[in-house]
Design a protein around this ligand. Structure first.
Ligand SMILES: [Zn+2]
Length: 249
């Protein structure tokens, strides 16, 4: 089954060689695989300063009190900083869902430069890049872990080490879906562990934790806490997109 997966992905990449590359969003023919058409690019909302220095929640305007958002002040996250390239909206969700469920692996060369721009400081201080893991059953069904593909891409571009299985997902947590923040936190509580085979590699290191979307931060908080408990010096988070709820503004 695993072999079938790789042959299927290989088959797709061979098909990509003979067919003209198309924009992930609009389907228009583009110059290079993994690029977006100008219209699709313009439809994306990039997260730009001013934003919370801890979780990147964007602020409408700069004031003296905009170093941290109210949520981070009330309940400081275990990670040092979380950065995201895009606001999670219809346009970014479309790209992420195609990447996650549609075998659109050519998204990686588009997304990695976006991630590196958004998380330049975090990538710069990191020793090790680690993806949020999928449970093995979900990995079999989905065939690849999109966060691990991003982590590999980031490692290749930044020259940092990547440990795709540094974290293990101990139980198959139900999809977070439309769960509320408190339920999301309970859903992922104690769902992760450091892979004993990599305990030494994590200890004392600054880790860049990678995932596709920062929603409430529950999964990322849990993974970061797990890495810190395992002796990581610090954890930085990097995601493609971040949910920005109007009611929190
Ligand atoms: Zn914040």
């Amino acid at each position: 089954m695993i072999q079938g997966k790789y042959f299927s992905l290989l088959g797709r990449s061979l098909v990509d060689l003979v067919l003209p590359p198309r924009c992930l969003v609009s389907g228009e023919i583009v110059g290079h695989a993994g690029t977006l058409s100008p219209a699709a690019w313009q439809g994306l909302r990039f997260i730009a300063a001013p934003y919370c220095q801890t979780c990147s929640y964007p602020f409408e305007f700069e004031t003296e009190n905009t170093h941290q958002c109210a949520a981070c002040l009330a309940d400081p996250p275990p990670f040092a900083a979380a950065r995201a390239a895009l606001v999670y909206d219809k346009a970014s969700r479309d790209i992420i869902l195609k990447f996650k469920h549609g075998d659109q692996l050519q998204a990686v060369p588009t997304l990695v430069p976006m991630l590196l721009r958004a998380g330049a400081d975090s990538a710069g201080v990191a020793d090790l890049i680690v993806p949020v893991p999928l449970h093995r059953w979900r990995l079999l069904r989905r065939r690849y872990n999109q966060a691990a593909l991003l982590a590999w891409g980031l490692a290749r571009e930044s020259g940092k080490s990547c440990l795709p299985d540094a974290l293990l997902r101990l139980r198959a947590t139900p999809p977070q879906g439309h769960k509320r923040a408190r339920d999301r936190a309970a859903n992922v509580k104690r769902a992760f562990a450091i892979n004993p085979a990599h305990a030494d590699a994590v200890c004392g290191r600054t880790v860049l934790l990678v995932d596709d979307v920062y929603t409430t931060g529950a999964t990322l908080r849990e993974c970061a806490a797990c890495l810190l408990k395992g002796g990581a010096a610090a954890v930085h988070v990097l995601t493609i997109a971040r949910v920005v709820k109007a009611e929190r503004l």
